[in-house]
Write a protein that binds this ligand. Structure first.
Ligand code: CA
Ligand code: CA
Ligand code: CA
Ligand code: CA
Length: 367
């Protein structure tokens, strides 16, 4: 099992999230997670050649037809992660389910996508690597030969096979070796760890990057990791949520013009006002006739509920002789962040098909 210095993992805390959701779904449910509905999940790439994406396949995923792909590309010492900040504040002792399913096309040292939990040990609500801890669940350490013989034998990690891992019952190691939880034969169950560290609580990193993460990478530079994950189940006090990752419904790309006739398309989050976005018609596509205006969402990620109103008398914003659909969106609710350079729109046609569009924006500069 190769593993790079954990300082690399720590450094990634400074990197930004790509997107963020609105809140935990109700418990006891299966939740679809796709680019349209992220449910709090966000990719974090520390490898410039890395890929984090929603895909169809590979093979037959356990739920639906898709999954998420995590690939380090040419830098196995760096990482690609999927993180969720919505589990902040959950005590390890209250976890009643934690499992996920993996598939890998490339690995090194049998390193399938692994789980990392950031835990607050001193109860100050701040993640500090010295005082607090990181916990790692690695599929390769879940047999009596490679891991702790007193924990369930979950079988060897396999390439090109969907495999389910029970991380709640399985073996974990601690960055600081607390509860004698060390890699390989020293892995311990979460219950054993929580018994020694009863205050242990899942906590987000600074900038609210998620305290629950799926990770590939942090191996040797020449390693290549290309793994997939689906059907992640997290249960708290018996209430389980299962995340079904997938590419989601396909969308028709439509042309949009943010701030029609204007450039650059300023969207200042401090501005309490609204921004207009035009959906452009083509000879084959009438934006004014085909689009259900009530379905439109717009902003930083595309699914922000920011619609205020649409013009009742359509205008031709680009002088091509075709009427366009112009609607206004709340800048505050479109949730742009500093340094954003693109705005995304999503919606549906009256016939049920999905649409998406993107245009440049100029958000306020980061301090
Ligand atoms: Ca702390
Ligand atoms: Ca799926
Ligand atoms: Ca414009
Ligand atoms: Ca037009």
């Amino acid at each position: 099992m190769k593993r790079g210095p954990m300082t690399a993992l720590v450094a990634t805390v400074a990197a930004g999230l790509l997107a963020i959701g609105m809140g935990l779904p109700s418990a006891g449910t299966m939740v679809d997670v796709n680019p349209r509905h992220l449910q709090g999940w966000a990719f974090m790439l520390t490898s410039a050649t890395g890929v984090g994406e929603f895909v169809n396949g590979p093979a037959t995923p356990p739920l639906g037809i898709g999954s998420i792909r995590l690939s380090t590309g040419a830098h196995g010492d760096l990482s690609v992660q999927l993180r969720n900040p919505l589990f902040d504040g959950i005590r390890l002792a209250d976890l009643t389910a934690l499992s996920y399913t993996t598939f890998a096309r490339e690995w090194d040292g049998q390193s399938l996508p692994y789980l990392v939990l950031n835990v607050d040990l001193n109860g100050d609500g701040v993640f500090d690597l010295e005082a607090d801890d990181l916990l790692f669940f690695e599929p390769a350490y879940q047999t009596p030969v490679t891991g702790n013989a007193f924990l369930p034998d979950q079988g060897p990690a396999l390439l090109s096979t969907w495999q389910r891992w029970n991380a709640l019952a399985g073996g974990w190691w601690s960055l600081h070796g607390l509860a004698a939880a060390t890699p390989g034969h020293g892995v311990k169950s979460l219950q054993d760890y929580a018994a020694m560290q009863p205050a242990a609580t899942i906590i987000n990193s600074e900038f609210e990057t998620g305290g629950v993460r799926l990770v590939v990478g942090f191996g040797e530079e020449q390693d290549a990791f290309d793994g997939y994950v689906d059907a992640l189940t997290i249960g708290m006090q018996g209430n389980e949520v299962t995340y079904n990752f997938g590419a989601g419904p396909t969308s028709i790309t439509v042309g949009i013009d943010i701030a029609p006739g204007d450039y650059p398309n300023a969207v200042n989050s401090q501005d309490p006002g609204a921004v207009s976005v035009a959906l452009l018609s083509t000879p084959e596509f009438s934006a004014t006739a085909a689009i259900d205006p009530t379905s439109l969402t717009f902003g930083h990620g595309g699914d922000e509920q920011s619609l205020e109103a649409c013009l009742t008398s359509p205008t031709d914003v680009n002088n091509d002789g075709l009427l366009d659909l112009v609607c206004t969106y709340s800048i505050a609710r479109s949730a742009f962040r500093c340094d954003d350079t693109e705005g995304f729109l999503q919606g549906q046609l009256f016939d049920g098909r999905f649409i998406q569009g993107a245009d440049a924006v100029m958000a306020e500069p980061c301090p």
